[in-house]
Ligand binder design. Structure first.
Ligand code: AMP
Ligand code: GLY
Length: 427
């Protein structure tokens, strides 16, 4: 089969790497891709929102299956446009991708179908939001309704902070139209875990769990980022937690979507918080996580194309999803200054030192070729280094050993991904 992957980050590199292992794969294309993906795929310079150009390319190259890695094209309806042309594509349609595209939608869905989540109210009028805040407890959480690159969530400790937050989201429109509506949500505490899943319209099958390191600095300090590292499985995600989530969250979400006439096919990423009153949904995403994909896919034993086809054909019940017993640790190498401002264009050194047989993988996040054909930095997150090990200690050791092999000016990373004696993370 000829496969097109849409996206350009570490997640899409991990997907491409996994797709390359399928005996069904003849050729991989990626739009727009990056310098790492170019090792296994032909990268084509078409933007992820240029649906007409993508369709033209898919028809021209006779591509059999398109896998959409990113949220924006899914929320923008790429799947509907492809399906209208009779093209095979993996991901939820627009009316289902709203599960990620609108927090007001997903919160109302959870309320209606009794799926455990924090209590919330939705606002379209900033005055009404400000009024509501007068009689609320702090901390409180403000969320822009739409896509905001993972940045539209503000945890406010005082009324003053919250007032400033309403202004930022709804009046100044810091996150653009994502702030046309805003959620005010009860503040919860507890460890966070992520569970990715495949969904075929009827049933859901979960992959192994993972745990994200979202803050920029060691010790969970600094700004929230797209993800500075990850490990899988998540130590707190016990059998009991899994049983609860399987019973009250995962399938209930898929059933709720079907009941609303929004049949869901694709990936659902469940962002969960394990509170003292049980697991609750923090958020849904309509795609693999980044860097969750970089720890989950190296542990997946199945042929990913077979699983994706089973989702598209509504026969996921025939698939036995399997993951290795190993632990995976991913450390993201960023450009100093990320997620605020950072420089690009620095030479990346040491990429040839990698040996996959040592179960170490470097997935490119933001790289490109310069005019001379050298690989240079081209984003905030530059590389994600994933390593497997028999246990967390070994996986962490392998990952950090690999981190030392790679270098570029302004290289920055967290030193504490998977570090022991972190009771907040169950390690
Ligand atoms: P989200 O994009 O909704 O996952 O939110 C981003 C991050 O904000 C989460 O990973 C949590 O760390 C935090 N967060 C979101 N909602 C809440 C909440 N209700 N209570 C406490 N923390 C939250
Ligand atoms: N790492 C979080 C996300 O992909 O949304």
């Amino acid at each position: 089969m000829k496969i097109l992957i849409i996206g350009s980050g570490g997640r899409e590199h991990a997907i491409a790497w996994k797709v390359a292992q399928s005996p069904k794969t003849e050729k991989i294309y990626c739009a727009p891709g990056n310098a790492g993906i170019a090792r296994m795929a032909e990268c084509v310079n078409i933007g992820t929102m240029e649906f007409e150009k993508l369709i033209f390319f898919v028809k021209e190259k006779k591509i059999d299956l398109t896998i959409v890695g990113m949220d924006a094209p899914l929320v923008g309806g790429i799947v509907d446009v492809f399906e209208a042309e009779g093209l095979r594509v993996f991901g939820p349609r627009k009316n289902a991708a709203i599960l990620e595209g609108s927090k007001a939608f997903s919160k109302d869905l959870m309320k209606k179908y009794n799926i455990p989540t924090a209590a919330h109210e939705t606002f379209v009028d900033p005055e009404a939001a400000l009024q509501y805040l007068e009689n609320t407890k702090f901390p409180i959480v403000l969320k822009a309704d739409g896509l905001a690159l993972g940045k539209g969530v503000l945890i406010c400790h005082t009324l003053q902070d919250a007032r400033a937050g309403v202004k930022e989201i709804m009046i100044d429109k810091k996150f653009g139209t994502a702030g046309n509506r805003m959620i005010i949500e009860e503040f919860m505490t507890g460890p966070e875990v992520s569970v990715l899943s495949f969904v075929d319209g009827k049933i859901v099958k979960t992959m192994t769990s993972s745990q994200d390191y979202k803050r920029a600095k060691d010790g969970d300090q600094g700004l929230n980022t797209g993800g500075m590292g990850n490990l899988s499985p998540a130590p707190f995600y016990t059998r009991e937690v899994d049983e609860f989530c399987q019973k009250y969250i995962f399938q209930s979400t898929v059933d709720a979507m079907a009941a609303e006439g929004r049949v869901y096919k694709g990936i659902i990423f469940f962002g969960l918080m394990l509170t003292s009153s049980g697991p609750k949904v923090l958020e849904y995403n309509a795609r693999f996580g980044d860097p969750e994909a970089q720890v989950v896919l190296p542990r997946m034993k199945n042929d990913i194309i077979e699983v994706i086809e089973a989702c598209n054909d509504g026969i996921l019940d025939q698939i036995n999803l399997q993951f290795t017993e190993e632990t995976a640790v991913c450390v993201v190498l960023t450009s100093k200054g990320y997620p605020a401002s950072y420089e690009k264009g620095f030479l990346v050194r040491g990429l040839d030192n990698f040996l996959e047989k040592e179960k170490c993988y470097v997935f490119h996040a933001g790289t490109k070729f310069n005019e001379k054909g050298d690989i240079v930095t081209n984003g905030g997150r530059v590389l994600s280094v994933s390593a497997l090990g028999e246990n967390l200690k070994l996986a962490r050791k392998n990952a950090y050993k690999a981190v030392k092999l790679l270098d570029f000016d302004n290289k920055y990373f967290r030193h504490d991904i998977g570090k022991a004696n972190n009771s907040e993370r169950g390690i």
